[in-house]
Structures are given as C-alpha cells and as structure tokens.
Design a protein around this ligand. Structure first.
Ligand code: SF4
Length: 268
C-alpha cells in the first residue's frame, strides 16, 4: 500500500462493514470512515453508528447531509426505486461516495467475508481500488459476531427482526421483515405506506413490496400467512443445517415473490 493513497472505509450500519471498521481501527490509524446517509435509516442504525464511532475514536463522516432520499424522489418524479430502477443506490450511495473520494488514489475497504462469493460495489473510477481485508484474513460470519462482541458493540438491534441494514422502506426486505417494521416501528411503517401510490392516469401501482401494497400486506390474515410461512422456512433451516438444497427449494416456494437479493452497497 503506497503512502500517498487515502484509505476510506464505508460503513453501512450492518454487521460486516462494522466488523471491518473494528478490525482496521488499529491497523490503519489514518483510515477515513464514511456513512452515506439516506436520512431514512432505522433508528437502530443511527444508534449503532454512534456507538461504533466512539469505539473508533474518530468521526464517521456522514455524506448526503443536504440531499437525502426525499430530494431524489422528487427529482425522479415521485417514482419509487425498485430492484430494476435502483436510482437510490446510485444517487445516495455511489455518487456521494465518489464525490467524497474525488480524484486522488484511494483504497476503498469493503466488508466482504471469506465465506461470501461476491465482490460488493466496485467503483468504475480508476483511482478507487477495492480491498477486502476480511476475506484476505479468512474472516467468516462467526468471526464477525466475535469481533463485534469483543469490541463491546454486539449486533445492531434491528437484527432481532431484520437481516440487513438500509432504509426502513428498502424494497429488498422480505415480507416478514415488513411485518417486523410494523411491529417494531409502526410510525415508520405508516411513513412507508404514504410513499406508495397509484398513477391516476395509467392505473399503475407503485409499491415497495413486489405485487402487494403495504395496506394489503398488513391485513391480519395476510400477516398470519406470512408469519406462518416464514416460521416454516426458519424451522427447516434450523433442523436441516446441512440441507441447503432443501432450504433453497422451500425458500423459493414459500417466500413467494420476496425481493431477497441484497443491495451490495447498502447492506454490508
Ligand atoms: S437501502 Fe434499499 S432503498 Fe435504501 S438506498 Fe439502499 S437499495 Fe435504496
């Protein structure tokens, strides 16, 4: 690693990027920590970042101070982002990060673990070079839990009902996680509902969750159905740790149309 390079680590409020920050604290003292704030993160995420910042002993720079999600929603004509039209990641995560980096040579630290088969976000800017210290050190998921535990941070509290960080209304969350949002943050669930709409002219519905509005999802019978299916999947997963294939089949058939593909930038 050259002396002239800047070292930048983007945290998302998720366990892996947080463990990476903990892991790197004493290894690269000049590290710059940044967080691309959509202004729509969960309260648990903001609380966790505050604690992480104390552990790191230096500020986590918050990007997007002036222009959060609502600003870009207006720019995009009120059209909600989706897995096919992911303008939110582009405008709220990639661009602010690249603007912050500028044109100097930078090593960008990415929290991909040794037990993952993906690369995360790789900037197309030639001055940004991705590095993967967790992967290189052979750090796997159980090690991440241990690193966070040893640092006195533990996991962000939202892990009790949600598997990933990101906006409270993220369209990548599972149906069961929407119910988790309703139960844990009813006011945020109501706020997410207010974003959904039907185009009066075309009749096209814009909803967060695929093929179903939040009003439909929160009906008691539907909640019961989603919870039942989710429990079945979880039971199967626990019973049959080795039966990954079976779990995959059940997931595909029982989780229906969930948008489960994670956002590689927001959810590390
Ligand atoms: S967390 Fe989800 S909604 Fe928020 S910026 Fe990322 S992809 Fe978009």
């Amino acid at each position: 690693m050259g002396e002239r390079e800047r070292h930048i680590l983007g945290v998302s409020g998720g366990k892996d990027s947080s463990a990476l920050a903990v892991f790197m604290r004493d290894r690269i003292p000049q590290m710059e920590y940044v967080f691309c704030d959509t202004q729509k993160e969960l309260p648990e995420t903001y609380e966790y970042l505050d604690r992480l910042q104390v552990f790191l002993g230096k500020p986590i720079v918050r990007l997007n101070g002036a222009r959060g999600f609502d600003h870009w929603l207006e720019v995009y004509g009120g059209y909600l982002p989706s897995s096919r039209m992911r303008w939110c990641t582009k405008m709220l995560k990639i661009k602010p990060f690249e603007e912050y980096v500028g044109d100097e040579p930078v090593l960008s630290y990415i929290g991909i673990r040794a037990d993952e088969d993906r690369d995360g976000y790789i900037s197309s800017k030639p001055n940004i070079k991705p590095v993967y210290p967790l992967r290189e050190a052979g750090i796997r998921e159980p090690d991440v839990y241990r690193i966070l535990e040893d640092a006195g941070l533990g996991l962000p509290k939202y892990y009790a009902w949600r598997t990933r960080s990101g906006c409270y209304f993220c369209f990548f969350q599972r149906k069961a996680e929407w119910i988790g949002l309703k139960e844990n943050h009813p006011e945020l669930f109501e706020a997410a509902k207010r974003y959904e709409k039907t185009d009066e002219t075309t009749g096209v519905r814009y909803t967060w969750s695929q093929a179903e509005s939040l009003v439909e999802l929160e009906r008691p019978d539907r909640i019961e159905q989603i919870k039942g299916r989710h429990e079945k999947v979880m039971e199967t997963k626990q019973k049959d740790q080795k039966g990954a294939r079976l779990f995959q089949i059940l997931s595909e058939t029982l989780i229906e149309d969930d948008d489960t593909e994670p956002c590689l930038i927001c959810n590390l």
